[in-house]
Design a protein around this ligand. Structure first.
Ligand code: KG4
Ligand code: ZN
Length: 409
């Protein structure tokens, strides 16, 4: 079953075709990063307008890539081949929740209109849940074209090569424990099976990605802050500063606004100004070495906070697999710390003999994309009926507490 996925919940316009929730046939992502780098963060109205401009070209490119990959002899993306490509699509899925309302509307309305026009079933997908489905993608089709010189005829010929890139060895088994960490969410979720999950921890204030972005701003690092902090941290001392870890009433909940403020206060005292000093001017007073130490120390505290709670939940719920998902799951320190802690926790212990070795999703599947939307929709399609293309509404702030779609066993 081939599903066309569409994602526009924040600042990436994305479309992808995925087969049976596992094999990526195409994936196109248009990032608005260039626009928002200059503005220092996402402006919802600007994001929505950019989605409007990009959505049809992105969907068309995803269709073209998948069709060309499957038919290497074809080179002309004409109406006939477009129609054939559409005929192979079994369903259309789009992120309808949660996210920026204007952004969600563009992708959702496009997908619903296409579903009606092309007579395809439509599936409404929850963005945060879908991030987890990056862990179900096992391979990706890769189409390479090389130019070959035909010496005899003095001509160049194009040679197309199709290969398969392995993304992971196995799909995760249930029960599955997931740490979903992005710019908008920090959650721990326990799955019994597809669509049957329980949100066991979430952030009370800022998401961890948001904290990365805000701390980056304080330190004068570019947007998005996560990769910029990770890069600056490589030359810093992670133990130079200690920042408090929030104590929460529910042991699996997070809070990241305190650590962000603690970084701000420490930077202010380090450069000799009080709390009234404009934070946008702090960067001019920080040395490169100080920025590196602050980045490394903040990253250490953020990563430790996430992994402490993930390990705690692992001990209580004893899942068969652990997965990480969302933009922050691209963070190498987070991956290293999870590997260290889970190896120590499970290795050589009989009680964890059937615990699946943790496999991390490739980086290009962690940040916003439509592969995860199409994969999520495939597993949904195996359990529940399609959503009505007319009846579906976007839901900008619905939590995973309310969205499990499979209550059977
Ligand atoms: O999942 P995502 O692309 O979009 C949302 O759904 O929010 O996540 C974006 C977030 C941003 O806050 C970004 O700073 C963070 O993911 N991020 C990272 C890294 N790469 C992206 N955070 C830490 N380390 C990274 N390497
Ligand atoms: Zn996301």
């Amino acid at each position: 079953m081939k599903i066309l996925g569409i994602e526009t919940s924040c600042d990436e316009t994305a479309a992808a075709v995925v087969e049976n929730g596992a094999r990526v046939l195409s994936s196109v992502v248009h990032s608005q990063i260039n626009i928002f780098e200059a503005l220092g963060g996402v402006v919802p109205e600007v994001a929505a307008r950019s989605h409007i401009e990009m959505i049809l070209p992105v969907v068309d490119a995803a269709l073209k890539d998948f069709y060309f990959a499957e038919n290497p002899e074809i080179a002309d993306w004409n109406a006939e081949n477009r129609a054939k490509a559409w005929a192979e699509i079994d369903a259309i899925a789009a992120t309808t929740m949660p996210g920026l309302v204007g952004s969600l509307l563009v992708g959702s309305l496009t997908a619903r209109t296409l579903a009606l026009a092309m007579r395809k079933p439509f599936f409404a997908i929850h963005h945060v849940e879908a991030h987890t489905y990056a862990n179900f993608l096992t391979e990706k089709i890769v189409r390479k074209t090389a130019l070959e010189v035909d010496a005899k005829n003095k001509a160049l010929t194009k040679k197309v090569e199709i290969s398969t890139q392995k993304l992971r060895a196995e799909q995760p088994e249930f029960p599955m424990l997931g740490l979903i960490v992005s710019g908008g969410h920090s959650q721990i979720v326990l799955w019994k099976t597809h669509g049957n999950y329980e949100l066991i921890g979430q952030t009370a204030d800022d998401a961890v990605g948001e904290a990365f972005d805000k701390v980056a701003k304080i330190l004068g690092l570019p947007y998005p802050g996560g990769p910029a902090i990770a890069k600056a941290a490589t030359s810093g001392n992670p133990r130079k500063y200690d920042f408090p870890k929030a104590k929460m009433a529910c042991k699996y909940d997070f809070s990241f606004s305190g650590v962000k403020t603690a970084v701000l206060r420490r930077v202010q005292s380090e450069v000799g100004v009080d709390h009234t000093f404009p934070s946008a001017q702090l960067r001019e007073r920080l040395s490169v070495a100080q920025v590196a130490d602050f980045a490394a120390s903040f990253q250490r505290v953020a990563v430790e906070t996430l992994v402490d709670k993930l390990v705690l939940a692992f001990r209580e719920f004893r899942p068969k697999s652990v997965v990480i998902a969302g933009g922050v799951s691209a963070n190498q320190e987070l991956r290293d710390e999870i590997s260290r802690r889970f190896t120590a926790e499970t290795y050589g212990k009989a009680e964890f003999a059937d615990f699946q070795k943790i496999e991390f999703p490739p980086l290009f599947t962690c940040t916003d994309n439509a592969m995860m939307i199409a994969a999520n929709a495939y597993f949904k399609s195996q359990v529940v009926a399609p959503d009505g293309a007319f009846a579906t509404e976007v839901k900008p702030s619905i939590s995973m507490r309310e969205t499990a779609w499979n209550r059977g066993e």
